[in-house]
Ligand binder design. Structure first.
Ligand code: ADP
Length: 600
């Protein structure tokens, strides 16, 4: 905990830098994506605009080109020539009807003939008094002047008589070299325009002065693209081209010019300035008319598309960042887990080492206790042992005295017998002292094959005098092939403990009997031997049943028992992979059962 404190601000700062960097990268990428998508969408718009412009141009050219021949034909008509040569009512009527028929057949707006002064002599619309051009003078109209000066003319204007806009094509009528009049066809462009309006696109056509006269949107018509110079305004009112004095500017504002000739502009949409909208404006000149077609593409979808791309990019980057963060976190978790595992493994190793040490110390302590137990047992047996040794000693002393007498008498045979007896006694003493030495020997446990009968013999030998004295009857049935895995001396010690306890328990009994048996048990993980030491003593009180094997548990008087015998025996048997348990016999007395694996 303590050592993480100085790192925390550092990590927080690193985090802040990371977040800032991510934000900067995202912003830059979004900006890039926005610009890229915008350019792409604009390029697409421009391409579309170019195609549309081409279509609009051809629709205008078609609409006009269809009537190109008409004034030329009219200018060559004999009746027209005659009328202009010498006007008369009769001739005018004839030409009127002729023009009416031709106009109807061609589908033009009007077809008429003016004389050299600009006065209309005959017209296709002669029959309609309100509309008829007949009798009106058109010498101020540019198409008339152009025809007079150059032979033909073309002109767009609002009809001064009808008030309807139209495109006028004129051709000079000549008698020989002399000009006698001008033939004119008026073409209605409103139908073309109506088709445009239906298309839903934004298109407008301006004349050489920048005045919109054709448009898909009616509100743009007869308005100047840009404010008009005074000279132009003056000329327009003279030619009465648009038959009105005010041509209010459209309010177009120029933006930057794009690389493909398109221009970014803004236009107020239906009225207030605030409602300006950005458009991409493309132009196509129609030099034969002196007009320019302009196509406006709405930039809102471009913006939306670019914004969409930017948002997608941001989302992509954030997703990537989230994935990276998740991956990092996962790696971090794995690293922490690995570290924790390593620490755990180290701790387990340390604890294991500690346990091994503790176990060794315990084992050493147990060895010491075993030794102490043995010495204690010896101490307790000392009286009996002294008796055991004194008896043969006294016998030897007696034998030696009697042998001396027999030797003096020369009874050699008797002497030999006596000496043999003495040898036997000495032999018995040597055996006992050997057992004692062996029993007291201090040494680590060995694992060997121990014949149960022999270990029991030795234990009995150590206790022989006591058992004899207390008239304990010993019944033993231990097969000679009973061999268990263990350490001979230790097992002998176990038996001494158990036999001595039995003798102690039987001290007050009338019937003192020890039954020693060994039986083989078959077990799946190897056979074992069950050695039973049964007595006819007090038995084990129920209250003591669970304490018997506790160290220092004893029911004997001070100096009589240390309470270590059973606990040490238990430890020894367990060390050899066996068990030690106590039971009470149904007929009285206790039975201690040692179970040990059979030696191979
Ligand atoms: P100690 O013999 O020094 O008391 P042990 O550990 O050998 O110590 O025995 C513990 C106690 O177990 C004895 O004090 C005794 O009460 C009881 N005990 C042991 N063996 C017998 C037995 N064969 N019959 C009855 N009680 C026994």
């Amino acid at each position: 905990m303590v050592d993480t404190v100085p790192f925390r601000p550092l990590r927080r700062r690193r985090m802040a830098i990371l977040v800032a960097a991510l934000a900067a990268v995202t912003a830059m990428a979004c900006w890039g994506a926005y610009r890229w998508a915008e350019a792409e969408a604009r390029a697409a718009l421009t391409l579309n605009g170019d195609q549309r412009l081409g279509l609009y141009a051809s629709s205008i050219r078609n609409a006009v080109g269809r009537y190109d021949y008409l004034p030329f034909l009219v200018a060559r008509d004999h009746e027209v020539l005659d009328l202009l040569d010498a006007p008369s009512d009769q001739r005018r009527d004839a030409v009127n009807r002729r023009l009416e028929t031709a106009n109807a057949a061609a589908g033009s707006a009007a077809l008429y003939v003016v004389d050299r002064k600009g006065l209309a002599l005959a017209s296709s619309n002669w029959a309609d008094p309100a509309q008829s051009f007949v009798g009106h003078t058109y010498d101020f109209r540019p198409y008339f002047r152009q025809a007079v000066e150059t032979g033909s003319g073309r002109y767009f204007g609002i009809g001064v008589t009808t008030g309807l806009p139209g495109y006028f094509l004129s051709h000079a009528v000549r008698q020989g070299e002399a000009l006698t009049g001008v033939a004119v066809v008026k073409i209605d462009l409103e139908t073309v325009q109506r088709d445009w309006a239906a298309g839903g696109e934004r298109v407008l056509v301006t004349d050489e002065n920048g005045i919109v006269f054709l448009s898909s949107h009616a509100e743009w018509k007869y308005r100047a693209l840009r404010p008009l110079p005074d000279a132009v305004t003056a000329r327009l009112s003279q030619t009465r081209q648009y038959d009105r004095s005010d041509l209010p500017p459209l309010g177009l504002r120029d933006g930057p010019l794009m690389e493909n000739g398109a221009r970014l502009v803004s236009l107020p949409i239906s009225g207030p300035e605030a409602n300006r909208r950005a458009f991409l404006m493309q132009e196509l000149a129609l030099p034969e008319f002196g007009w320019t077609i302009r196509f406006l593409s709405d930039l809102e979808p471009v913006k939306a598309q670019a914004a969409g791309a930017a948002i997608l990019t941001a989302m992509g980057i954030l997703l990537l960042a989230a994935a990276a963060a998740l991956g990092w976190q996962r790696r971090q978790t794995l690293r922490l887990q690995r570290e924790a595992r390593v620490t755990l493994e180290r701790r387990v190793e340390e604890r294991t080492a500690e346990l091994v040490t503790a176990n060794r110390i315990l084992r050493d302590a147990q060895e010491e206790l075993v030794q102490a137990g043995k010495l204690a047992a010896l101490g307790q047996m000392s009286a009996a042992l002294a008796h055991e040794i004194n008896q043969p000693l006294a016998a030897i002393r007696t034998f030696v005295a009697s042998t001396r007498l027999l030797a003096e008498r020369g009874e050699t045979a008797m002497v030999r017998d006596n000496l043999a007896m003495i040898g036997d006694l000495a032999e018995r003493m040597a055996l006992l002292s050997g057992h004692l030495k062996e029993f007291a020997r201090k040494g680590p446990a060995r694992v060997e094959a121990v014949p149960v009968a022999r270990a029991m013999d030795r234990a009995l030998a150590l206790l022989a005098s006591r058992l004899r004295e207390e008239e304990v009857q010993v019944d033993r049935s231990i097969p000679p092939d009973a061999r268990v895995r263990g350490d001979a001396v230790r097992l002998e010690q176990v038996f001494v403990n158990l036999l001595r306890n039995a003798a102690d328990a039987m001290e007050g009994s009338g019937d003192r009997r020890l039954t020693l048996t060994a039986t083989r048990n078959a077990a799946p993980n190897g056979d074992n031997w069950e050695i039973r030491i049964r007595d006819t003593g007090t038995g084990i009180a129920e209250a003591h049943q669970f304490q018997l094997f506790d160290p220092f548990f004893t029911t004997k008087e001070v100096g009589q028992g240390l309470g270590l015998g059973l606990s040490l025996s238990y430890g020894i048997v367990r060390d050899f992979g066996g068990t030690l348990r106590a039971e009470n016999n149904p007929e009285g007395g206790a039975c201690f059962v040692v179970q040990l694996p059979e030696a191979q």
